[in-house]
Design a protein around this ligand. Sequence first.
Ligand code: AMP
Length: 444
Amino acid sequence: MTFATLGLIEPLLRALETLGYQTPTPVQAQAIPAVLAGRDLMAAAQTGTGKTAGFALPLLQLLTLEGPKVAANSARALILCPTRELAEQVHASVAEYAQHLPLTTYAVYGGVSINPQMMKLRKGVDILVATPGRLIDLFRQNALKLNQLQTLVLDEADRMLDLGFSEELANIYRMLPKKRQTLLFSATFSDDIRLLAGQMLNDPLSIEVSPRNVAANTVKQWVVPVDKKRKPELFVHLMRKGRWKQVLVFAKTRNGVDALVDKLQGLGINADGIHGDKPQATRQRALDRFKASDVQILVATDVAARGLDIEDLPLVVNFDLPIVAEDYIHRIGRTGRAGNTGEAISLVCADEVNMLSAIEMLTRQTLPRKMEPDFEPEHRVPDTDASGQVVKKPKKPKKPKTSGGGGKRNLGKWVDSGEVAPAEPSIKPVRKVPVFNTGPRKKK
Ligand code: AMP
């Protein structure tokens, strides 16, 4: 199968040739004809499967061949993304695919001044990529009208709900024309996403290109059990031993990112960090430098788990496991992209056993464990498996201890898929996000 046999027009084929795309990926093979035929789409596609081209190529073709010229302060297609980074990246891809077409594209997101965005929208843009909050701001300030909208794309819809955008999505839904084409992409399909799809989509075609909720099988994954306080030391040890060249590292908190970056920089290691507290320009610069291999180690919170597409990123390290199990899939999806192989190593301490268990259940696999000599944990990480059960209770230490360590611990219990009642008060429970909740938005 070729892109030509899928019915794409010559200017798009020329752009794909320049980009070196020879064969459509499975999601593209299914999505392109369906979108060209005008269908709504509900696609379960993992990150790295080529889903952006899957929706962007047919969308560009329809906009080129059909519909009126874009009016002032209008957009003909809207692509909603959860994060600024993803919005930038999707926009860059769309602009590349559209390079030989007479269409205009633009990306808007928060964290930067709104005025230049309002100016840019005056003439209207054919394809607008936006994060939900900024889109609503622009709409309320009359900088954007949506009555000309032909197509809405919800990209990484699960992530938008995770980030608390359900209220924004409900508002945007009310701003949209009734007659439109809607394409929904999500790595995972929770009940909330299905509810959202039920409200937003009209007789959608369902596409599932990989087993539901299973992480990319091109990524070799394993766990190194370790005591929490020794994680930084273990990281540096593994880095030196494995001669890691370029690594994306995920830490749970902003402070955790800063602390690890400080430690690495203190050792003369070329590291930088990104998290939500840093200004957008600083975040983007760190990403760009990492992509250009000017930075060796990029430490990030989950804000960077999406939207980061780096060719041949060989390794992702989970310095901390994510609180939301689905984020594990997104994190490791930064490697092993578009058919390449990759590795994902998780440094796991006893406190994180419930999160490990949740990830194994979600991905339906027991992650192999590799003990690192000299780093065997004093606080044993209880055994887990893909059934979601913590298999064995921690063994009692042979020599009774008078204080601290080992011993019985409340391991928490299952609430439902991906959701774990925390054993430690410091671990926040996963918040269920009601779709189209009208209550106040809680920001993470
Ligand atoms: P995505 O899942 O859309 O983030 O795409 C993942 C990566 O695959 C991006 O770097 C794309 O440029 C690349 N890609 C998408 N489709 C193809 C294709 N048909 N052939 C080769 N690379 C592709």
